[in-house]
Ligand binder design. Structure first.
Ligand code: SF4
Length: 533
């Protein structure tokens, strides 16, 4: 074993072949008519023929003086780096035997570095080993991380938009630049879910639909703003980690709860200030004196009659149509949901608070002699309860989760026996990350991963014109585990070697690296026990 590739802790299972640089067969282009100075990129099925100085259709690969290179740098995570470092550090030529020694990074020895799939390149077709299979140590355990850029045709974004406002009917089409790119999914507690992208829109419709879908997904994954319109609903601008903009108005607050929950939370604070409180909500409008919370406080019935469908005491569905008014309804005048008052029960001088679930809308009334609510100045004590409702609302955000299927041929870049990888992931013996960010792996068959793009480094995603999305993915496990599941042991490289000389392959490999700080919210991507146990 030559010195420059030796890593302490690597067991004897590594064959000597690990040391030899591997050169891909670039012999003949598939098209005999291809100009001799062009290079065929085989990093995806498009097989671009790239002229000198030009890039391929995805702008990710280029012909640099007759050599096919991955244009973007590999992103390396560093645990202790406070800010991203924009500097590009070139890799030494893989043929430079002394490079690893010369550029050995002390951080590698301290396990301060993690090679991500961002910019790592793809060794398509997948029967070739992944571009980086990197040995390292964690807590004295020999580890390996298999790193690649996956090409995902089967992928989508699940978007959670914190808002009460009406975005559109469930199942409605979501459009970008006029093309259908997804649909409205379920409403959740204080949020509306959208499903965007997916193979049906990428490849199952017109060419334009696929192209627009792919562009929209790329922007969304890379934390950029995307403008969408919903059939029969609203116009929204969404961006990971930012407040959604609905019909041109930036959303501020996520509701404290539904109308019934708001009654329950604040009943004691309403008590003694108002004789009746109605919390207007598109889902469940709450009425204090009829609600169990009001009954527990022994409140006198007010005789109010509310429009809509009564669910249980003090809880009403469908008091109005959904919209962008009070509490996600279409009303601007809260009194419009009051059908009337029972003259036997209500009384002149009754004090009524109408409020929305975010506290953004609130009005105070007193019943006159004819039992008609008359607007009045809200007492300061009640005003502070309304403000407390607002205080308990969290800021509205857009959350963007990438959902991708990595259970196909991508696994062949990891192991010769792909099902073993799938099984070991399910048994939590393999940690899956995307750009170093923790990925949730769905139970059941396949490797269906989900990751919050906000936790990934900027510009983690790319595209290819098939069309499909390119996303980083890393599989970390114990080195002996990797050998047991049929891993490509002959391509395991030391961390020093990977840092100094890059990917194992010469053709289409990245030429430089860039440091990025590990996001403070993310655990170190090498994983936790039992993987280390
Ligand atoms: S689209 Fe990109 S990855 Fe695919 S062949 Fe062309 S240059 Fe290579």
């Amino acid at each position: 074993m030559s010195e420059h590739t030796k890593t302490d802790g690597l067991p004897d299972v590594m064959p000597s072949a690990v040391l030899e640089p591997v050169v891909l067969d670039k012999s003949r282009p598939r098209s005999e008519r291809m100009a001799s100075d062009k290079i065929e990129c085989n990093a995806c099925p498009v097989l671009c023929q790239i002229s000198p100085g030009k890039t391929g259709a995805c702008d990710r690969y280029a012909n640099a003086s007759g050599v096919l290179v991955r244009v973007d740098p590999v992103v390396l995570l560093r645990r202790t780096l406070e800010h991203d470092d924009a500097a590009l550090v070139p890799f030494a030529a893989r043929s430079d035997e002394s490079a690893a020694e010369v550029q050995a990074n002390p951080l590698a020895a301290q396990n301060e570095v993690f090679v991500t799939g961002i910019g790592s390149s793809t060794t398509y077709p997948d029967y070739k080993p992944a571009p980086f299979i990197v040995a390292s140590q964690r807590d004295g355990v020999d580890m390996v991380t298999v790193v690649t850029e996956g090409i995902f045709s089967y992928c989508s974004f699940k978007v959670k938009i914190d808002t009460d406002r009406w975005l559109g009917p469930e199942q409605a089409n979501v459009r970008c630049k006029g093309e259908v790119v997804g649909h409205v999914s379920t409403a959740e507690y204080g949020s509306q879910m959208l499903s965007l992208g997916g193979v049906h829109h990428l490849t199952g419709g017109s060419k334009k639909e696929g192209r627009v879908t792919c562009e929209m997904m790329l922007a969304l994954g890379n934390k950029e703003a995307v403008e969408l319109t919903i059939d029969g609903g609203s116009q929204v601008t969404i961006q990971s980690g930012k407040a959604p903009i609905v019909n041109g108005v930036e959303e501020q607050r996520m509701r404290v709860g539904c109308g019934s929950a708001t009654i329950g939370i604040f009943a004691k604070q309403f008590f003694g200030q108002a004789d009746e409180v109605v919390v207007v909500d598109d889902h469940i409008t709450g009425v204090l004196t009829q609600h169990q919370a009001g009954r527990c406080l022994d409140m006198r019935p007010s005789g109010i009659r509310i429009r809509g469908r009564k669910s249980t005491p003090g809880r009403y569905f469908q008091v109005a149509n959904p919209g962008t008014g009070w509490g996600g309804t279409d009303i601007a005048d809260p009194l419009s949901i009051i059908e009337g008052w029972d003259s036997e029960t209500a009384w002149p001088g009754l004090k009524l608070l109408m409020v929305s679930t975010t506290g953004e809308h609130a009005a105070w009334y007193v019943l006159d002699d004819a039992l008609v609510p008359q607007p009045a100045e809200m007492p300061a004590a009640m005003q502070s309860v309304v403000e407390r409702i607002g205080e308990n609302c969290e800021p509205s955000l857009t959350t963007v989760l990438f959902l991708g299927g990595a259970g196909g041929s991508l696994r062949a870049g990891v192991t010769e026996n792909p099902v073993l990888l799938t099984r070991r992931i399910k048994q939590a013996m393999v940690n899956v990350t995307c750009g170093g960010a923790p990925a949730y792996v769905w139970p059941g068959g396949g490797i269906t991963v989900m990751v919050d793009v906000a936790r990934m480094p900027d510009r983690s995603f790319g595209t290819v014109p098939t069309p499909a999305l390119v996303a980083p993915i890393e599989f970390s496990m114990r080195l002996d585990e990797y050998q047991a599941l049929g891993g490509h042991m002959e391509h395991v490289r030391s961390l020093d070697d990977a840092l100094a000389r890059g990917a194992w392959h010469n053709d289409g490999a990245p030429t430089a690296r860039r440091w990025v700080a590990n996001a403070s919210a993310n655990p170190w991507p090498l994983g936790e026990p039992p993987m280390l146990g």
